[in-house]
Design a binder for this molecule. Structure first.
Ligand code: NDP
Ligand code: 8X3
Length: 253
């Protein structure tokens, strides 16, 4: 069988890690990216132990030169990326707009929005040339709603939603499928990053209800990617049952 390749950004933890595993189970060879090299090496070992092929690339999606250098120099047998999962991203801080830090704002716009664009810019031309490909952009419920103190994170995910819809329109003549996956509360390292390592504050986000797991999202991404070629799941919002909107969560204990 011809090798099918999936590139997953932000594969060093959470949703990206779980998605790399799920797509490998579907038979994809995996290009896994992120900044933490030791985590990527660990993931590669795990994938190879299960008989999958893996290539790891450590780069910061904020650095457009680094993104270009890494992705334009893919070995020949890894060049034809069939599936791109734009997942790398985080929230940084959760402050009212009058108190937010410029550093946090830069991080969210540069990683969640510009980073996604830099990676896509390297991968889309090959898909256009081959007239095939699937792109999954990981947005958020924060890209569908705005919640108090979410301001710039919500803006970055609204941008991801707009870019996803724009990609679907512009890439339509080329037969490329574009899916937006918009999760609610998923227990990963996300809140630890948002609250800058404050474990108590970050674990309290997921107390009193059953949050989604990274594997729940990965299963759905794998389902979307594995639909027949004439089917695109355009826009998926996924919430834990206890969550009704960005701000309504039924915490029972
Ligand atoms: P994690 O913090 O567990 O994972 C984030 C991933 O993004 C890591 O692999 C991290 O890798 C990577 N990343 C972050 N910054 C950069 C950077 N500058 N360059 C390269 N890679 C980077 O969180 P999640 O798995 O939860 O988040 C994945 C995606 O899901 C994000 O886009 C997030 O916004 C979205 N999401 C998460 C939700 C949740 O509740 N958890 C809900 C809705 C959406 P490294 O640090 O090694 O670079
Ligand atoms: C992550 C989910 O609700 O913290 O995108 O914005 S939320």
């Amino acid at each position: 069988m011809e090798k099918k390749i999936a590139l997953v950004t932000g594969a060093t933890s959470g949703i990206g890690w779980a998605t790399a595993i799920s797509l490998a189970k579907l038979g994809f060879a995996i290009i896994a990216t992120g900044r933490r090299k030791e985590r990527l090496e660990q993931l590669k070992k795990e994938l190879e132990k299960d008989g999958s092929e893996a290539l790891i690339l450590a780069f910061d999606v904020r650095d457009k030169n680094e993104v270009k250098k890494s992705l334009s120099a893919l070995p020949t047998s890894w060049k034809e990326v069939d599936v791109l999962i734009n997942n790398a991203g985080n929230a940084h801080g959760m402050d009212p707009i009058d108190k937010g830090s410029l550093e946090d704002w830069d991080a969210m716009i540069d990683i969640n929005v510009k980073g996604l664009l830099y990676v896509s810019k390297e991968i889309i031309p090959g898909m256009v040339e081959r007239k095939a490909g699937t792109i999954v952009n990981v947005g958020s419920i924060a890209g569908k709603e705005v919640y108090p103190n979410g301001n710039v994170y919500c803006a970055s995910k609204h941008a991801v939603d707009a870019i996803t819809n724009g990609m679907r329109q512009d890439l339509n003549p080329h037969g490329i499928r574009v899916t937006g996956v918009h999760p609610g509360l998923v227990e990963t390292e996300f809140s630890l990053v948002r609250f800058k390592g404050d474990e108590e504050r970050s674990s309290s986000v997921y107390k009193g209800f059953l949050p989604l797991t990274a594997e729940d999202i990965a299963d759905t991404i794998a389902f979307a990617v594995s639909r027949p070629a004439h089917v695109v799941l355009a826009d998926i919002i996924m919430l834990p049952t206890a969550q009704a909107s960005a701000t309504i969560v039924n915490k029972t204990n």
